[in-house]
Design a protein around this ligand. Sequence first.
Ligand SMILES: C[S@@+](CC[C@H](N)C(=O)[O-])C[C@H]1O[C@@H](n2cnc3c(N)ncnc32)[C@H](O)[C@@H]1O
Length: 233
Amino acid sequence: MPDYKRIFEREADRYHELVAYEDWRNHLLGAIDNVCTLRPELVAADIGAGTGRAALLLATRVGSVHAVEPSLAMREKGLALARAGGIGNVSFHEGGYESLPLPDGSVDLVFEGWSLLYFYRLSLPDWRKPVARAWQEMTRICKPSGVIFLAETLGTALERPVRPDFAVPLYDHLEKELGCSHKAISTDYRFQTARQAAELIGWFFGEETGRRAAERGSPVVPEWTGVWWKKTQ
Ligand SMILES: C[S@@+](CC[C@H](N)C(=O)[O-])C[C@H]1O[C@@H](n2cnc3c(N)ncnc32)[C@H](O)[C@@H]1O
């Protein structure tokens, strides 16, 4: 397995190069909008925001976005992207699921993408307490009648969505114990060339997934994403 801690702390540029090619049909924003109509009155948060790819997208549709991310390199990259794009309504905050640096009831939409599963995986096999803390923190910062919206992987370079074995306890927990609604969407990558697709996919997801991407011989690589959501009371 690639050294993700190292990637998130030292290779923010390459990480962003990869994710910038994801979801070329822009399905994620549509899926969020179906659950929580995006509009300028809303305040959003993106937890484990990385280089802010989702935060910067959300910022085009809501009033402001708080991007919370523990890695300095990721936050710096996100800030540079926001400045380069003239996007002034995203702020980056140091922090993580353990303790979110936002006040109680301050956010209408709490989004996370591909960071809760990473956080869960780091805490295996004793994931229940950290995940309960993460959910408690997301609920705490959410306004009454707000929405918590999660996006996590259902597979890369596969023909159909598949829950990775290690993720099944988390996904079951979200659905059966926390009562989240859910569905699968496609957030395919479209790289510039097939070679670039194989290289970047292999670098981040490991040899086997890189080989599957290479065998396709295409700049387009299927990515399946599960989305889970819950409205707060
Ligand atoms: C796969 S990346 C996803 C980044 C971003 N959400 C995106 O869509 O590109 C996982 C992110 O989780 C962050 N992370 C690591 N530990 C965390 C924690 N305790 N709380 C929140 N995020 C964390 C990493 O630094 C990394 O940026």
